[in-house]
Each structure stands twice: as C-alpha cells, then as structure tokens.
Design a protein around this ligand. Sequence first.
Ligand code: FAD
Ligand code: UQ1
Length: 412
Amino acid sequence: PSSYKVVVVGGGSAGLSVASTLAETLGNKSVAVVEPSDVHYYQPLWTFVGSGLKTFDESKMAMSEVMPEKAQWIKDSVASFNPTKNTVVLANGESISYDYLVVAAGIQVNWGKIKNLPETLGKNGVTSNYSAQSVQKTDEFIKAFKGGNALFTMPSTPIKCAGAPQKIMYLAEEQWRKAGIRDQTKINYFTGLGKIFAIDKYANELLKICKARNLSINYFTDLAEIRPNSKEAVFNVLAGDAKGSTVTFPYDFLHVTPPMGAPDFIKASPLSNADGWVDVNMETLRHNKFDNVYALGDCSSLPTSKTAAAITAQSAVLKNNLLGDIFGDNKEVAKYDGYTSCPLVTGSDKLILAEFSGYTGQPQETFPFDQSKERFSTYLLTKEIIPEIYWKAMVKGNWDGPAKYRKLFGAA
Ligand code: FAD
Ligand code: UQ1
C-alpha cells in the first residue's frame, strides 16, 4: 500500500491552500491529495456567473493545473477513514496510509431533500447558483423572465456562503428594473431562519435595502417541494402560529438554495461529531480525538460561517500547527479566531463587505471605513481583485487572508 507523510482529502479551496505549502516544504511526493474531480471551481464567482457579470469559464481551472507540482494527485474519492490505523480507503478499494491527515472535503449539497428538485433543476424557471450544472441557467432565466412571481429560497441548515441566496435576488431585481418589468414582478425571499443575516450590523443595512427595493422577506419558511406542473413551491412553516403547516406559492422564476450538510462518508466515520462534521478544536484545528488529524473549511466542525474567506485564516493556522508537529520545533501554537467574510453583492456596481468573527459575532473589518455601507470599491475588489488573489496566491498556499492589512489600516 502507498504511504505518505501527509494525505489531504479534497482539492478544493481548503485542500489546495494547505497542500501547496506542505508539498513545497516537505518535498516531492511526501504529500498526496485525494481528489476525484477533473475541474477545480472558484465557487464565489458563481454569484457573478448567475447574473451574467462573469463567464462560467472564469470560475474554473483544470485540476491538473492547480494541483501542486510536488504533490501526488490521487484521482479518486475517499470512501472511509481508519484513524486508528492511520489509513484511508479509496472508492477503488485501495488503502493509503499517512503520518498526518488533513480533511478538506467540503459540504454536501442535498438536492434530493427537496421533492422534485433534482428533476426540475435547470428547467422552466427553476435554477440554482449552487451547482456547476445550473449556474448558467440562472443568468438565462433572469434574462428570459417576463414578469410574475420570482422566489428566492434559503434553507434552515448550515450552508456555504450564507449570503449567496440573497445576493442573486438583488442582482436579478436590478436587471428586471432596468428591463422595465419591475412593476409586473413580485419578489419574495423565503428563509428557514429568523434573520436575514447573522450579524446585526449587516442585517440592518440589508433590511433597509429590501424595504427600499420592495423585496418581501418571509422568515421560518423552508422549501420542501416543487410542483412543476402547477409551477408552485411548497414551504414548511417552522415557527409562529402556523408552525407545522405548509404554505404554497406560485412561481415563474425560482432560485433554490438547497439544504446542505456534512458529507455522508464523513458522517459515517469515527472522525465526525454528532452533527457529522469533522470534530476539530475550534482554535487549533486539530482533531479532538485523533492527534495526527486536522480539518478545515466547509466539512469541519469550526463554528463559524462556511466561506473561502474563512479558509484563508484557517489554512494559515493549520499549516503552522501541523508543521510544528512534523518538525517538533516548539513553534508557537497558532489559534483561529473565527474570521469569516461575506461579500454581499447588492447590485452590478455595489456591495456590502461583511467581515466578522463567527466566534464573537463582532465585525472584523479590513478597511478604515464602514463596510456595512454599499460601495463600488468593495464591489470591484470582490469582482476583479480577490479572484486574482485566489488563483495567483490562495491555491498556491500564499494567501493568509487580510488580517495583516487590517492591522496596517489600524481598523478595529
Ligand atoms: P470545496 O471548495 O467545495 O472543495 C471540496 C473538494 O473536496 C472538492 O474538490 C470535491 O471534489 C472534494 N471531495 C468531495 N468528496 C470527496 C471525497 N469523498 N474524497 C476526496 N475528495 C472529495 N466564499 C467566499 O469566501 N466568498 C464568497 O463570495 C462566496 N460565494 C459563494 C457563492 C456560491 C454560489 C457558492 C456555491 C459558494 C460561495 N462561497 C463563497 C463558499 C466557498 O466556495 C466555499 O466555502 C469553499 O469553496 C469551501 O472550500 P472547501 O475546500 O471546504 O470545499
Ligand atoms: C478573501 O480573502 C477571500 O479568499 C480569497 C474571499 O474568497 C472569495 C473573500 O470573499 C474575501 C472577502 C476575502 C477577504 C479579502 C479581502 C482583501 C478583504
């Protein structure tokens, strides 16, 4: 059986940002990346792709091009973990052993949990930015829309990028306004949660925007079923007097954010906590039971909101602590503070740049101005500069996030 110093599970945003540095530091073929996909996606661009502001091609790269040169790419998926034996088993049945394991397999999108979603997605006005297969349909359906009922949904489960379900609503509303069909259009946002955004500083501004732009918000309503023949969406009511009942809404356009959760193969493994996530210490990113195992990104138990931006800070902490283990050089233990960010695009020239700690609930803004106000500068940063940083630095292991700029600018 093959054996590696470090095995990294997943070649997404988290896996590559860690594997690149480790492969560079530990040398040729010491690090293996297990990743089944031929393509690596920069998913944050999908909000822009779904509204026609970027092309789909700009969001993708051949996996062979982003895979670190000195890492061994194992093109298969992990089927199960044996952390007591320091091995993982691949889908093809082969076992691989490691000294250290990094789990970065992302979140699982549970399309099948919405009745009729798998078969209706991409057809007759039903779409989602959460899949490479349907994100371009969002742009197509927004542009083909002739007025009527437009619905945007957000589930009650944890998801990646909690702002994305509403960003696409703002971008669609702007297009319909410019097309002159806004007064024939009713826009409804349905969220399974009781707030539009977790952090009040940003939620308050978003609520003002929804009010000014006549976007109706429905709380504690969780999409359960799509009826394609009658073009209706059925929601479970999760709270209030009508709790336990359902409400049905007609749609002409429906953007779905499906429920998500821990990947099944992690849930079924000894690595998971009660909710199925890889059970790691929230500061050190080390596994709570198996000392030679780490995790980061969307599949981890880290109690902050799941974004690529959060991974910039997590990967720096993880690499510091794992390399400290390997070289035993008493390097100071690094601690993750819960940093995350959500660039809330509110139009084709403006954005609210939420940056905060999911651990304290306090804003952690980079720039010396109030980032809760819509701005063109942060829009340009997100649309043009951060993607460059991603491809040129983050996937190569050279971007630790904006923390040092925050200190430089002297912001809180
Ligand atoms: P991923 O990048 O999803 O990578 C997981 C990898 O693991 C994949 O390559 C997959 O093939 C692989 N894998 C899965 N199962 C296995 C297995 N069994 N064995 C081996 N490999 C496996 N974040 C932001 O910071 N800002 C944004 O503006 C933003 N907007 C977003 C908008 C949308 C529409 C979406 C969908 C996401 C957005 N995100 C945003 C979130 C961001 O894309 C994710 O948080 C980030 O990609 C998570 O990285 P990850 O490595 O944990 O998971
Ligand atoms: C970021 O570093 C990052 O990763 C490359 C993102 O992912 C898409 C982000 O969305 C954001 C906001 C950041 C933070 C970077 C700056 C300069 C504020």
